[in-house]
Design a protein around this ligand. Sequence first.
Ligand code: EPZ
Length: 426
Amino acid sequence: MVSMEEELQIIGGSELEGDVIISGAKNAALPILCAGLLTSETISLSNVPDLHDVDTTINLLSHLGSTTKRHTKNEVSIMSNKIENLKAPYELVKAMRASILVLGPLLTRFGEAIVSMPGGCAIGQRPVDQHIKCLSALGADIRIEHGFVIAKSRKLKGTLVRPDVVTVTGTENIIMAATLAEGETIIENAACEPEVVDLSNMLIKMGANIKGHGTNRVIIHGVDRLYGAKHKIIPDRIEAGTFLCALAATGGNIKIKGINPNDMLATIDKIRLSGVTVKQDDGNLICSISKRPKSVDIVTREYPGLATDMQAQFMALNSISHGTSMIVENIFENRYLHVQELNRLGADITINGNFATVRGVDFLSGATVKATDLRASASLVIAGLVAQGKTTIEQIYHLDRGYENMELKLQKLGANIKRAINRNEE
Ligand code: EPZ
């Protein structure tokens, strides 16, 4: 039996030169698409990234009864005037945990939602107990049965809610649920990520009453209904950060175009410490480095700290930088699956709990490695760009979940990278 699987093949050693345009943010697009469930009118979205996870979300919304239309690869409209089904099935939720983001909208608009419990994933258990705790505080009757979250509520009532941990999608679910609840909801310990702000800005365009978004204290006054709106998704700060780490590793000069530098200051500060010159020119970053990068210590934190979604990429950079660095992953309990793959390429990384020590080596050598999760695959691409000889990355569907045309963008910057089909005879 022959199985066909896509892989990336990279010949390391090319410097990066030229311009790269950053796509819309995956982690803003996903909640904003789900926000379409909150109104019977049409929401029209532009700068939507062309990603596997966006396809999955659109499929889920269609499954629920929304009319979805992809006008171009980056423009999508949603009209949820005929929602017949309030159940998000396991098949779709297991493909993408962020499907939990339909829980808040369905519950607050229709009084009911049945969403398959998202399983864990490679990087951790990723429970949704805080989503459940806070939606219950708003008056929902929620129980877990046969692997489903079953939530019911005649009408949600605003109150003070406080997730025990800072949770991005948890904050997003609560905000969406509160937009149509009765009265005032105050969220303490809210996530401040730019993607939470972008969702809130979209909801305000739809008629929601939200204040304090982007801070740890968000106040929502419920309204009777929400309306259609148009919205352009913010640029993806993690994709931009990934290209910054790639440049720092390969050397060269690139212009990263169409970003909000203020959304990624922690990453820019850190990449400057590695020796990259970064100049801000309106919505672009002009970046260059001509010598071996210096190792930089990494401690991941909730926003505005250094994003956990940047940890694997900095680890790849540190693996060939001058010196030894310490990495501390504070957000997820198992976000080091890329370490063994990087070590296969000759990196010298040891893990002790959520600490990793990275001793910079003079060179990596190409090999076949496998992607284990989205950001791990990005770190393997960065390593392959500098490894001597050929690196083959298998299971790159992980990469396609969160990066639009990564290899095409890198080819334009001069990298020797291509997508190929691996015929596995089994
Ligand atoms: C969002 O995931 C992002 N995904 C993740 O990006 C990102 O890594 C993460 O936030 C942290 O920034 C989307 O926005 C679609 P959390 P989310 O809830 O919301 C614990 C990527 O690579 N927790 O903020 O699922 C949890 O286990 C992806 O693009 C609970 O304990 O993350 C984790 O340790 C990966 N109970 C911490 O909180 C809960 O109910 C932060 O998780 C919820 C979370």
